[in-house]
Design a protein around this ligand. Structure first.
Ligand code: SF4
Ligand code: SF4
Length: 478
């Protein structure tokens, strides 16, 4: 994908199609920076719609699911706890969270190497929301030519109503999106009741307004500009491509032949005249959400949505030609070579991904549900008790990282005859952290060294969870 084959978009749209001319759209009268996308039906459009509904269902329903007595997915920033169904992440789990994000990035790299930009075309929220916004626009303002005519027409009551309705519905969807997003951080049920009782925090209001404006702007107004100028992925994904990566491509050899593309009658023997299969109908350009002409070669603006494949296949069917003049293919396929799926780059990414996922699963499974920190009293190395025994003081910080309330027993080991003074058991609700001051006393005769290793243990009563931490017991010099 070089700068040479990056298409000048205005050039791509400069040629008004016969359909545009039929509807009286004069070339150059339409805002050249605005793309009027034509709706298309076909296999890839259906696939994209399914992906979109799945994404929307996850997004809009996800925050309403409950797990036990709390929201199943909640990023509780003030409490510094992230709940993801049965798992709670604490600030101490930052490494796990980082590992999870790295895995997500590597998954994207791996999928991109194999299947190109299918993330952009089918799963990226920017694409999904933009398509819904365009769908709403088409329902209100009509198909492509009607929208162009409406924009060219002087202001009237009908135009005003249509424009107002479109922007109003866009804002409603943006508000719903923003409300749901904030609901993942605020607790969506609390958000509803706080809004109902007009008692929402200023921060929540700020983020609601911010995400409403962002969604409306990105999906309604900026659309493909976000992909072109704001998304870094579009720029660096080319380095993950190789000759076997799936791309949407126009078969130039078949489309152009010796005498190029062009109009012809349906049953005309165009091959005899040296003409290619492309009838230059511009349908592939009109359905493209980024406004490019795929016949100019692979371009970074292409989000691989394959809507041009659907559009061209429809034309090929009408003309009685073979399908897939534009298709999902690979550079190797286009040059008549075999496409290899298992190749070093893909194998390398997959291997790293498997190792990282295994590590994450292991660390998640091996996570303690109790956390214990020991702070030794540094104001005095030791004290001598009234009975002559040596005394050290500690503060134990115990945290219940499980999802349920638990009773915990504290014990100490390491020196014969040692005794722990203070509370030996503690009850903590889920997520609670408590400090427990304790004193350890040891007879002089049991101190075989000035400085001895000891270990505190905290065990959950009635559960298979315990944790042990080491510390030091210091006595007088022997
Ligand atoms: S839709 Fe197909 S036939 Fe029509 S211009 Fe595009 S490539 Fe050519
Ligand atoms: S060129 Fe085709 S695949 Fe690429 S963005 Fe446009 S319609 Fe989608």
């Amino acid at each position: 994908m070089t700068d040479d084959n990056v298409l000048n978009k205005s050039e791509a749209r400069s040629e008004a199609s016969s359909e545009d001319k039929k509807h009286g759209v004069a070339q150059g009268m339409v805002n050249p920076s605005k793309i009027y996308v034509k709706e298309v039906y076909g296999f890839f459009n259906r696939l994209r719609s399914i992906a979109l509904w799945v994404l929307f269902a996850f997004y809009f329903v996800g925050c309403w699911l409950t797990w036990g007595d709390r929201q199943a997915v909640l990023f509780d920033l003030p409490a510094r706890k992230f709940y993801v169904f049965g798992v709670t992440f604490w600030p101490q789990d930052f490494v796990l969270l980082s590992l999870f994000l790295i895995i997500m990035a590597f998954t994207l790299f791996t999928v991109t190497t194999l299947a190109g930009r299918i993330w952009c075309g089918y799963a990226c929220p920017q694409t999904a929301w933009t398509f819904v916004y365009m769908w709403l626009e088409e329902r209100i303002e009509g198909p492509r030519h009607a929208r162009i005519k409406l924009d060219l027409a002087p202001m009237s009551l009908v135009k005003l109503i249509k424009k107002f309705t479109k922007h109003f519905l866009w804002l409603v969807l943006a508000l719903a999106t923003s409300f749901t997003f904030v609901g993942y951080f605020y607790s969506v049920r609390d958000l509803v009741s706080d809004i109902g009782s007009v008692d929402v925090s200023l921060w929540a209001l700020f983020w609601l307004a911010f995400f409403t404006v962002t969604t409306y702007g990105a999906a309604g107004l900026l659309r493909e500009q976000v992909c072109f100028f704001m998304c870094p992925y579009a720029r660096f994904q080319a380095v993950m491509f190789d000759q076997d990566t799936l791309i949407v491509s126009y078969d130039e050899t078949r489309g152009e032949r010796e005498r190029g593309r062009g109009k012809r009658k349906k049953n005309e023997d165009h091959k005899a005249k040296g003409m290619g299969d492309c009838i230059d109908c511009q349908q592939c350009v009109q359905v493209c959400p980024t406004g490019i002409d795929i016949r100019d070669g692979l371009q970074y603006q292409c989000i691989a949505c394959a809507l041009c494949v659907d559009a061209c296949n429809e034309i090929m069917d009408k003309m009685g030609y073979d399908r897939n003049l534009i298709s999902y293919t690979t550079e190797n396929n286009l040059q008549g070579r075999k496409t290899k799926i298992l190749r070093p780059r893909f194998a390398g990414y997959s291997f790293v991904l498997i190792v990282m996922v295994s590590a994450l699963v292991y660390f998640l499974a091996a996570r303690d549900s109790i956390e214990l920190n020991i702070i030794r009293d540094r104001s005095a190395l030791f004290k001598e008790a009234s009975d002559g025994r040596i005394q050290n003081s500690y503060t134990l910080r115990i945290m219940n990282k499980s999802q349920d309330e638990g009773k915990y027993e504290v014990s100490v080991s390491g020196i014969d005859g040692m005794e722990m003074l203070g509370e030996h058991s503690i009850v903590l609700v889920a997520g609670e952290v408590r400090t427990l001051p304790v004193m350890i006393v040891v007879s002089r005769k049991d101190l075989v060294q000035h400085n001895m290793d000891i270990a505190f243990s905290v065990k959950a009563v009635g559960a298979d969870a315990n944790v042990q931490e080491e510390s030091r017991f210091i006595g007088p010099l022997l």
